[in-house]
Ligand binder design. Structure first.
Ligand SMILES: O=c1ccn([C@@H]2O[C@H](COP(=O)(O)OP(=O)(O)O[C@H]3O[C@H](CO)[C@@H](O)[C@H](O)[C@H]3O)[C@@H](O)[C@H]2O)c(=O)[nH]1
Length: 475
């Protein structure tokens, strides 16, 4: 009988920031073990999670060892849509998907020996499917070690209080993290009666049962959090599985499939002179907030490249929605702003080729929502940040980036939640003109060098990947 080919199955969530990261993991595994076949299970998101179809067909066309399997769509009960947040909808779809994951694994295993199922942290409910089929499950965490450490310690905190984080109003001590204001914990975790809180808690309880944890970070970036994980402090009542830090994995420089006009504009700007403002796959602002940013940029006198989207509709709860048309800049931005700043500013509608921008010589600063992919992309480009979190675990990331790693400055929100024009102006000036800005810039350049070293043969991330691949061979 012919021996079966060997395969690894990856199970990401549908959000583009998670999917791309998982695909990069697949590609990285192939660089060390080209004979493997990588199978990726894809789901349909219950909300607009960024367009994935074009991206998936691009990967399918260029990496023959990666095959996508699209799981059948599941139907959510209509009642859930009216009340639930994005996280609850995601968990619900993933829960209903378990029989489809089971079926897909059975069907793949007809032609392949599956060595591992690597699931996104959000997909932890499928760990039971892997164990029914005797396939080792691994968790892939697409954000940093600090937020992973927080999630692993969540069950411990949960058991020591009856209160929700939103009632605590204090600084919390998570092993391996700087003192964390309770209001900077990810929003769905603030209320313990929120269904998303229960789902996250469940993921935190299930993840230590995996055969290993893979994190998109590198040892030199987050040594304190990683030490707390490896010495077991984050999971005091259980065993911490082996942790493999294989990052920074970021998408290659080819996101738009062509030269974007903003790159031509950057070509004509002086070295490290431009501040880039971009807020992830889902970040959007009200018209009033856009006005404050515009005024702040104008007053700062600095060059800028700014990605502007339409404000959110009522229903989309401050995230970009699927009907995202290009914005009408003249009606959204202050009168005359574009004309007055045309010598030193460039506004991109909706989406920019971020990796290419961050690697452009002209870019000297990045106002970011602190999504983890954006953070790693800034690190790899050696671009210091101004940290302005919007959703998910981004407030926690800000604390870590500014207070622990020292590669960003803190953007302060006013009491109303708006960031005012004078704050935008001051932070941009601080980053581009002050001694403090220079320190952050020097620090990010040092971290950039460490990131590069981690991925080289013999570097910490390369070594971790080798150990991971070896762990499959032993099983
Ligand atoms: O105009 C744009 C906007 C975004 N991007 C890319 O889109 C990705 C955005 O990823 P990320 O910065 O991680 O933000 P989100 O899309 O918001 O990612 C989700 O997933 C991340 C990883 O788990 C979390 O850290 C975030 O908080 C969560 O919101 C990055 O690769 C960007 O380069 C562009 O190329 N152009």
């Amino acid at each position: 009988m012919a021996t079966k080919k060997e395969a690894i199955v990856l199970y990401p969530t549908a959000a583009i920031g998670h999917l791309v990261s998982m695909v990069e993991l697949g590609k990285f595994i192939l660089t060390h073990q080209p004979s493997l076949s990588i199978h990726i299970l894809t789901t349909v998101a219950p909300y607009d999670a960024g367009s994935t179809a074009r991206y998936i067909s691009g990967v399918s066309g260029t990496v023959p060892s990666i095959t996508f399997h699209s799981l059948p769509a599941v139907t959510l009960p209509p009642s859930i849509h009216s009340t639930a947040n994005h996280e609850t909808l995601t968990f619900e779809v993933l829960r209903l998907n378990n029989p489809n994951v089971h079926q897909a694994l059975l069907s793949i295993s007809k032609g392949y020996t599956i060595h591992a199922l690597i699931l996104d942290f959000f997909c932890s409910q499928a760990i039971s499917v892997a164990s029914q089929l005797n396939i080792p499950a691994y968790c892939y965490f697409t954000s940093g070690a600090a937020s992973f450490a927080m999630f692993m310690y969540l069950p411990t905190i949960h058991n020591t209080t009856n209160k929700s984080f939103k009632e605590l109003n204090t600084h919390l001590n998570f092993p391996g993290l700087p003192p964390m204001p309770s209001w900077d914990i990810p929003k769905p975790l603030l209320d313990r009666d929120d269904p998303a809180y229960k789902s996250f808690l469940n993921c935190s309880v299930l993840t230590p049962k995996t055969a290993g944890i893979i994190i998109n970070t590198f040892e030199a970036l987050e040594p304190t959090s990683l030490k707390a994980l490896s010495d077991g402090s984050c999971i005091p009542d259980g065993t911490t599985p082996p942790v493999y830090c294989i990052g920074p994995l970021i998408a290659a420089n080819n996101q738009t499939g062509g030269e974007h006009e903003c790159l031509n504009w950057l070509d004509s700007q002086p070295s490290k002179s431009v501040v880039f403002l971009c807020f992830g796959s889902l970040g959007v602002f009200s018209k009033e907030q856009l006005k404050q940013i515009a005024d702040g940029l104008e007053r700062s006198g600095h060059r800028f490249l700014w990605v502007v989207r339409n404000p959110p509709s009522e229903e989309s709860k401050n995230l970009a929605d699927s009907s995202q048309n290009d914005p009408d800049l003249d009606s959204l931005l202050p009168e005359g702003f574009l004309a007055r700043t045309k010598e030193r500013g460039f506004v991109v509608k909706t989406w920019a080729p971020q990796v290419a921008v961050l690697n452009h010589e002209a870019v000297g600063g990045f106002v970011t929502h602190c999504g983890w992919n954006s953070t790693l992309e800034a690190v790899c480009g050696g671009v210091p940040m101004i940290a302005w979190p919007l959703y998910a675990e981004q407030r926690l990331n800000r604390v870590v980036l500014v207070e622990e790693i020292n590669i960003g400055l803190w953007m302060h929100e006013s009491e109303s939640g708006l960031v005012m024009a004078n704050e935008v102006e001051e932070r941009v000036r601080e980053l581009m003109e002050s001694k403090k800005g220079e320190l952050v810039r020097n620090r990010v350049m040092a971290v950039k060098a460490e990131a590069k070293a981690a991925l080289l043969e013999g570097g910490s991330s390369s070594f971790a990947l080798r150990k991971l691949v070896q762990s499959w061979k032993k099983k």
